[in-house]
Design a protein around this ligand. Sequence first.
Ligand code: DGT
Ligand code: CA
Ligand code: CA
Ligand code: ZN
Length: 573
Amino acid sequence: MPENSDIVKVFYEIADLLDLLGETFKPRAYRRAARSIEALSEDLADIATRSELEDIPGVGKAISQKIQEFLKTGKVRALEELRAKVPSGLVELLRIPDIGPKTVQKLHEKLGVSTIEQLREALEEHRVRDLPGFGERSEESIRRNLELYIKQQQRSPINTVYHLAQKLLNVLGGLSGVEKIEVAGSLRRWRETVGDLDILIASEKSEPIMSAFTQLPDVKQILAHGPTKSSIIIRDGMQVDLRVVKPENFGAALQYFTGSKAHNIALRRIAQKRKWKLSEYSLSDKRDGRIIAQRTEEEIYEALGMPWVPPELREDTGEIEAALENQLPKLVELSDIRGDLHVHTKWSDGRDTVESMAQAAIERGYEYIAISDHSKRIKIAKGLAETKLREQIEAIQKIDEELSDIRILSGVEVEILSDGSLDFSDDVLAETDVVTASIHYDTRGSEEEMTERLVSAMKNKYVDILAHPTGRLVGERPPYSVNLDKLMETAKHYHVFLEINSHRLDLPDVEARRAKDRGLKLVVNSDAHWANGFEIIKFGLAVARRAWLEATDVINTLPFSKLHRILKHVHIN
Ligand code: DGT
Ligand code: CA
Ligand code: CA
Ligand code: ZN
C-alpha cells in the first residue's frame, strides 16, 4: 500500500521537471498539492474511497486523477513522460543551494552539464565564469554551494551530529511554548552515522518556533518552512528537520519519526491485523476512528501487545518478535560499565598524565583503568620503547598505591607488525597487566594477509584484547580488508576479547551482534587520549546496545575481582 509520502515525492519531482522545462504556473500547483498532502493525517487511499480527494486544498481534477492512478498502479504516467524529456541528472542539479531551473538550463545548454560530476569539471576548468550573465563571483558561489551539497549528501559520524543536536536541543528547548523536545531518526537510534538530524517538539503553537528555527544563526539554506515541518541546512552542510506536533500526539510522532522505516512498517502490519491504524498522529481504530494511544510511545507499544522497544533495536531485525514474546534483551547501560581498558597518556600520544586520567576515571565512578600507550613502532604516536615501558610500569605502580579509589593496570597497545609478530617480546609483555594488540600501519594487505597477521597476533599467550579489529575510523578512514569470521573464531579459541572502540566505531553493530551469537564477550573502550575523553564511551556503548549486548556480554562491566581472572596475566598486589 503506497504511503502519502510516496505521492508527495512524485509531485515534487513533477514540479522540478516542469521547472526545468520552463513552465511557470504548473510547478507551483504541484508543490501546493504536495504540501497539503504532507499535512494530512489520513491516508489518501481512505480519502479516495470516499471520493473526497478534491476536498484537499490545492487538489483539483487533474491532480486527483494522478493520485488515483498512483493508488491503483503505483505509477504516474505523466511523471514517466516528463522524465523522458529531461536528462536525469538535471533534477539533482536543482538540489544545489541557490541554483534554480534557469541556471541549470543554461549550464546544460551552453556547457553540456547534466550531472554533478560534469558541473564539478566545468567549475575546475573555469568554464562557468564565461557564460553570459555569470562571471567569476557567481562561479565561485556555485563552487561553494556545490561543495556544501556534496557534504550534505554524505552521512556524518554520530559524534559530530550528537554535539550539534545537544546545541540545538538547548536553544530550541528554551523557546517559549515548547512542552517537550526530543531527537528522533537515526540519531535517536544511535546509528554510527546520520544522514540528517530529526528533531521533534511538542507545542500548541508552532509558528513562532518554526520562525526561530529557520532564523538560527548557523542556517545556510532553508529547504522548507511550514507550520508542522521545516528543514534547514546548517553551516557545515548538515540537514536538520524540525517537526512541531500537538502535545497529545507527541508519543505517536516520536515513534514514527524515530523509525527505522522497516521497524515502522512491521509495527503497522501488527496494527492492521487488529483493524487498527498506526500513523504519526496516533494509534486508532480504523472502523470508528477511536484513538487507542497517542501521548506516549509506551502506550502505543503496550496497546500493540509488547513492551517499549529501545530505539537502538528498532531496525526490524527480530526486535518485534522478541518484544511480542517479552524476550527483549536487557541492554547494557552506562551505569553497568566499571572501567576502561584502553587509555592513553602523555607517555605516548595522549595529552594528560596517568594521575589526571585516573582522577577523571574516579570521577566517573570507575573501579579500574588500564593505561595502554602505543609501542615503539608507532613513532608518529610517540610509541614507547622497552625501557620507557618499564619506567612507566613502575610509575603506574606508585600512583596506583597512592590512589585507593581506583585500580590502575599497566597495559600496552602493542603494534602488530607486518609479519604478524608483536612489537614487544613476550618477556616485556609479561611485565604488564593487560595486553591490547592492534594495527596502525601497513594496512594495504589482502584480506588473507591482514587476517593472517591479526590471527597470529591473537595466538600470542599474552594478548588479551584485539583493539579496533577492522581499523576503520568512521567517517574518515575505511576498514582494512579482514575476515571477521576468522577473527571471531580465533578470538573464541585463544580467549581474546574483541574491542568495541568508541573513538573509531570500527566494528559495525551487526558484526558485534554476530560475535555475541558466537558466544564471544567484548570490551567497550574509550581509547581516551585526554581526561575528558572518557565520555565518548557512550558511542561505543551505543554500538553494543545496537548489537543487542547485555551487561554479561561486556567484560568491563565486571568488578575487578572477577575481571582479573579472565585476563591472562594481571599482577595482583
Ligand atoms: P538517516 O537520516 O538517513 O540517518 O535515517 P533516518 O532513519 O533518520 O531517516 P529519515 O530522516 O529519512 O526519517 C526519519 C524517520 O521518519 C525514519 O526513521 C522513519 C520515518 N519515516 C520517514 N519517511 C518515512 C516514510 O516514507 N515512511 C515511513 N513509514 N516512515 C518514514
Ligand atoms: Ca534522519
Ligand atoms: Ca529527516
Ligand atoms: Zn589506542
